[in-house]
Ligand binder design. Structure first.
Ligand SMILES: [Zn+2]
Ligand SMILES: [Zn+2]
Length: 101
């Protein structure tokens, strides 16, 4: 018996969407017995939402900069401002340990 496309209603936005025969077969092959509750766009939105918040929390934005001492390209976790020297990791730790007394 051939599987037919099914018309389902999204639990989030209430829109009708098609649960295609192909998707039904895919669900079956995965062992899923439940039908999808949300339309593809709501599913996608939830996925990116979850991803988005988790990502921004763990990932810090880095800005490209040039070290004021050795001229090496480096990255800093803040936006470099003009007139303020930026140091690479090496020079920064050297400057901290070799501070004049
Ligand atoms: Zn929806
Ligand atoms: Zn440097």
């Amino acid at each position: 018996m051939a599987i037919e496309d099914k018309e389902l209603q999204c639990a989030d936005c209430g829109a009708n969407f098609t649960f295609t025969a192909r998707e039904q077969e895919f669900f079956k092959s995965k062992g899923y017995t439940n039908e999808p509750k949300r339309c593809p766009s709501c599913r996608e939105a939830r996925k990116t939402q979850r991803y988005g918040t988790g990502y921004s929390r763990s990932q810090r934005q880095m800005f490209p900069a040039t070290c004021a001492v050795c001229g090496q390209a480096t990255e800093v976790p803040f936006e470099p401002t003009e007139g303020r020297p930026v140091y690479c990791r090496d020079c920064y730790s050297k400057a901290r340990t070799n501070r004049p007394r």
